[in-house]
Write a protein that binds this ligand. Structure first.
Ligand SMILES: Cc1cc2nc3c(=O)[nH]c(=O)nc-3n(C[C@H](O)[C@H](O)[C@H](O)COP(=O)(O)OP(=O)(O)OC[C@H]3O[C@@H](n4cnc5c(N)ncnc54)[C@H](O)[C@@H]3O)c2cc1C
Length: 471
């Protein structure tokens, strides 16, 4: 007799494991099929957690490198980064968190079935390796996530031409690193390895770094990177890259049409992630797809009844779906609540915080200035630099600003964009402001504690009304 469940989730990333826990909390009998040796998916094993752990090391190293300013004596000479210990600490954090999910599965009586799942007809999931078996499921949730996407013509050998999966484990700091792509992943690794001592060049096809962010944020990041010695080649296309001897030979065509040659120890391809559906049997079951992604409606129903999908693997309403851990988790909760018969409501994708943990950090939500103007708003802008704040001076982190984009007519906040210290934390206030359809006036009258970085948000809202106090 096949084991029978109310809900079978395929994939235990931040989408799948959260959906499983919420469904179980709501009384469902749940199993999760996961093919990796640990739970947590991309975020915990290859993504958010290991990269942010490395960034914390880079931050600690930065403080020690400026030891004179901080009054820290280094009796044994100049500090150096010790990669073995860096990886040991990072891996310990990853293991602690993945084990934490195992504990939560036990606590919530969720069965983890180890193996690779395949859709095997109506209400059936076959586990084709590992703990081989066929499961019966009243509801199936596909949460198979994504994997690094390559670039046509560039062969990833995983040694010299690598993806983020290898970059998190590099045993040594490369002397030179070229990064293809300046999205979140690209600029985060640029910050990590520049701080660790690599010569870093970022190549971006579009005319600016972090192209989804507000233009002012991109310009500030490029300025900060230049100061740190990170070279940015924007509007530039890599036309050739091949492993040669102990390194990689790269040819890139700049905005002037001229080709330049670069050599690097390592080329990191950070050009996005593709959905994981190979071998899943989605098409065979009749699930509608869009460019390899599983098509879903606003409550994550696929075209096949009783099969839902969430996370990096989906395309929703024909719009760009943010491949972010917090988005997949929010979707996991919505899908579980719908399956449990609760009043599940669609998420508002205009209110998704975007965080990039490079140095300086970026946090943003809502419309950029250009997008607001394009949508026909008469725009009001308020900006405030972190450098003026006492708290920023104490931390020695004075780069960047907070920029508020608002609608002049109703004073509604449309977007908040920050680059600078703790921006990935400060963005939480911005998200709430947008969710509550806050006006600039309300943000101005909100008392921000002193001395904190959050004062920059208060001051930026004052600035939008021409009333900044400290500027
Ligand atoms: C370097 C890097 C840094 C990132 N940093 C951040 C960040 O700071 N913040 C943020 O929000 N997002 C970040 N992300 C993105 C984030 O990791 C993903 O958006 C998130 O993990 C998506 O979750 P998911 O559940 O949809 O899929 P995944 O996390 O990819 O999980 C899918 C799971 O399904 C399993 N699976 C796939 N197919 C099968 C099958 N047939 N049978 C069984 N199991 C299967 C996989 O093994 C995997 O464990 C980062 C990504 C990368 C690569």
């Amino acid at each position: 007799m096949p084991a029978s469940y109310d809900v079978v989730v395929i994939g235990a990333g931040t989408g799948g494991y959260v959906a499983a826990i919420r469904a179980s909390q709501l009384g469902k009998k749940v199993a999760v099929v996961e093919k990796q040796k640990a739970l947590g998916g991309t975020c915990l094993i290859w993504g958010c957690i290991p990269t942010k752990a490395l960034l914390e090391h880079a931050h600690a190293f930065k403080i020690v490198q400026n030891s004179d300013e901080w009054g820290i004596a280094l009796p044994y000479g100049a500090p150096a980064i010790e990669m073995r210990q860096v990886h040991a600490r990072k891996d310990k954090i990853v293991t602690g968190l993945t084990k934490g999910i195992e504990f939560l599965f036990k606590k919530n009586k969720i069965d983890w079935i180890k193996g690779t799942a395949r859709l095997a007809g109506k209400g059936r999931v076959e586990v084709v390796d590992g703990e081989k078996q066929t499961l019966e499921a009243a509801e199936i949730v596909i949460a198979t996530g994504s994997s690094p996407r390559g670039v046509p013509g560039i062969e990833i050998d995983h040694k010299r031409i690598i993806t983020s999966d290898e970059a998190i484990h590099l045993p040594e700091v490369p002397k030179s690193l070229v990064i293809l792509g300046s999205g979140a992943v690209g600029v985060e690794f640029a910050s990590i390895f520049r701080r660790f001592g690599s010569e870093v060049t970022i190549i971006e096809l579009l005319p600016r770094l972090v192209p989804i962010e507000d233009e002012a944020v991109s310009a500030e990041l490029e300025k900060a990177f230049k100061k740190q010695g990170i070279r940015s080649l924007t509007g530039t296309k890599v036309t050739k890259a091949s492993v040669s001897g102990a390194g990689v030979g790269i040819e890139a065509q700049g905005p002037d049409g001229k080709t330049q040659k670069l050599d690097a120890d390592i080329l990191l391809v950070a050009t996005g992630r593709a959905p994981v559906t190979t071998g899943l049997g989605a098409e065979a079951l009749g699930i509608a797809m869009e460019k390899g992604y599983i098509k879903v409606d606003s409550l994550y129903r696929t075209s096949v009844p009783h099969v839902s999908a969430i996370g990096d693997v989906i395309a929703i309403d024909g719009r760009v779906h943010p491949q972010l851990a917090h988005v997949s988790s929010a979707e996991g909760i919505v899908v579980a609540e719908r399956l449990a018969g609760k009043d599940a409501r669609p998420l508002n994708y205009d209110h998704v915080p975007s965080c990039t943990y490079c140095d300086p950090e970026i946090g943003s939500v809502g419309l950029t200035e250009a997008a607001a103007r394009k949508q026909g708003y008469e725009v009001r802008i308020g900006s405030f630099p972190f450098g003026v704040l006492g708290r920023a001076k104490m931390a020695g982190e004075t780069e960047g600003f907070v920029k508020i984009v608002a609608d002049k007519k109703y004073d509604e906040v449309l977007g908040i964009h920050m680059i600078g210290p703790r921006s990935t934390e400060l963005v939480a206030e911005a998200v709430l402001a947008l969710r509550l359809e806050c006006t600039v006036e309300e943000l101005m009258r909100t008392i921000h504690a002193h001395p904190t970085f959050s004062e920059a948000i208060g001051e930026a809202s004052h600035a939008a009304h021409g009333a900044a106090i400290h500027m």
